[in-house]
Write a protein that binds this ligand. Structure first.
Ligand SMILES: NC(=O)C1=CN([C@@H]2O[C@H](COP(=O)(O)OP(=O)(O)OC[C@H]3O[C@@H](n4cnc5c(N)ncnc54)[C@H](OP(=O)(O)O)[C@@H]3O)[C@@H](O)[C@H]2O)C=CC1
Ligand SMILES: C[C@H]1O[C@H](OP(=O)(O)OP(=O)(O)OC[C@H]2O[C@@H](n3cnc4c(=O)[nH]c(N)nc43)[C@H](O)[C@@H]2O)[C@@H](O)[C@@H](O)C1=O
Length: 313
């Protein structure tokens, strides 16, 4: 990937896409193509086909998707399956048709079976039943992986798939119900502190374990793999470190300086008991994360404070 090559970032206004754009710009890439969902609806095969024929990008980062936390995944099951299938199929097919040199597809750790051995190895794909709350999203993401593999097998396309762990960072979604746990807790603790509330409710039992990666670290890994990895097999992207939701809540509470209590609501779903990535392949390829959770949380909270008039509606 040369500095003047044309690079299309699908989803450049999202948390991950914007981090990839920042990283590429920092490295000196000068020919980045973007479209918002208002300008180009990636669910439309015709619009995507016309866009690729017009722009003819050399490289594609596929970071556009319908994204959300456990509640959104479980509630908007049809949209999570349909929209993600359409977005991936349209972009991957158009990339083949227009001769894109290389494409990176972003999946998710939720593609692995609910009870797969921990840490999650790339070889666990399709070895057992999925977590029911995010099965539609996971099925769409698995279809994306299989599309990349099929276009590679049949047409020799250099399409690679990476599986990020749970992410957080600059430009996260702070919706009270539809967001992921980490931004949800930043907002809830902050609002409880402002309102002087004596307790904050955390969904589920607090027992599930999750791994969290700062989105700018993920972006660095994506650009690194775009430059250095050309194989068919997936690559997990994570830190290799996890903690319980209770421990996460205690850490967010400390960063936000909230002094009340935690209350758990077991009527809300826990989801997968544990999602810890095996990152030995990523490490063997020469990449390691650099932002630790506490430091990333401080940056994320600062970003929330800067933008809260925009994110809180
Ligand atoms: N966040 C996380 O914890 C994780 C995310 N991932 C994956 O990383 C990728 C990016 O996620 P993230 O940045 O968090 O998500 P965001 O919701 O922040 O961003 C998603 C982007 O996709 C774009 N998009 C959605 N639907 C359409 C559409 N129909 N047409 C055009 N653009 C569309 C949006 O564009 P616009 O802003 O213009 O509307 C938005 O900028 C996804 O593939 C996700 O599955 C993987 C693991 C964990
Ligand atoms: C990235 C990943 O994101 C989703 O899966 P998930 O890992 O379960 O993500 P989550 O962040 O929403 O929850 C993590 C844990 O945290 C608990 N939890 C506590 N309190 C809140 C809370 O206030 N909000 C949320 N969302 N969860 C909470 C919650 O009950 C659960 O035990 C997938 O659907 C899938 O889309 C996917 O790929």
């Amino acid at each position: 990937m040369q500095l003047n090559d044309k690079i299309y970032i699908a989803g450049h206004r999202g948390m991950v896409g914007s981090a990839i754009k920042r990283r590429l710009e920092l490295l000196g890439y000068k020919n980045i193509v973007t479209r918002s969902s208002g300008e180009l609806d990636l669910r439309s095969q015709a619009e995507v086909g016309n866009f690729f024929a017009l722009e003819q990008p050399d490289y594609v980062f596929l970071a556009a998707a319908k994204v959300g936390g456990i509640h959104a995944n479980n509630t908007y099951r049809a949209e999570f399956l349909y929209e993600n299938l359409m977005i991936e199929a349209n972009i991957i097919h158009a990339s083949w048709k227009q001769g894109v040199k290389k494409l990176m597809f972003l999946g998710s750790s939720c593609i692995y079976p609910k009870m797969a051995p921990q840490p999650l190895q790339e070889s666990s794909l399709l070895t057992g039943p999925l977590e029911p709350t995010n099965e539609p999203y996971a099925v769409a993401k698995i279809a994306g992986i299989k599309l990349c593999e099929a276009y590679r097998d049949q047409y020799g396309c250099n399409f690679i798939s990476v599986m990020p762990t749970n992410l957080y960072g600059i430009g996260d979604n702070y919706h009270p119900e539809n967001s992921h746990v980490l931004p949800a807790l930043i907002r809830r603790f902050h609002e409880a502190k402002e309102a002087g509330k004596p307790s904050v409710t955390v969904w589920g039992t607090g027992i599930p374990r999750r791994e969290f990666m700062f989105a700018d670290d993920l972006a660095d890994a994506c650009v690194y793999l775009m430059l250095h990895y050309d194989e068919k097999e997936l690559v997990n992207i994570g830190t290799g470190e996890d903690l319980s939701i209770r421990e996460l809540a205690e850490t967010v509470k400390e960063v936000v300086c909230y002094e009340g209590k935690l209350v758990f609501d077991p009527s809300k779903p826990d989801g997968t008991p544990r999602k810890l990535m095996d990152v030995s392949k990523l490490h063997s390829l020469g990449w390691n994360h650099s932002v630790e959770l506490k430091d990333g949380l401080v940056q994320a909270y600062a970003d929330f404070l800067r933008k809260r008039h925009l994110v809180i509606s």
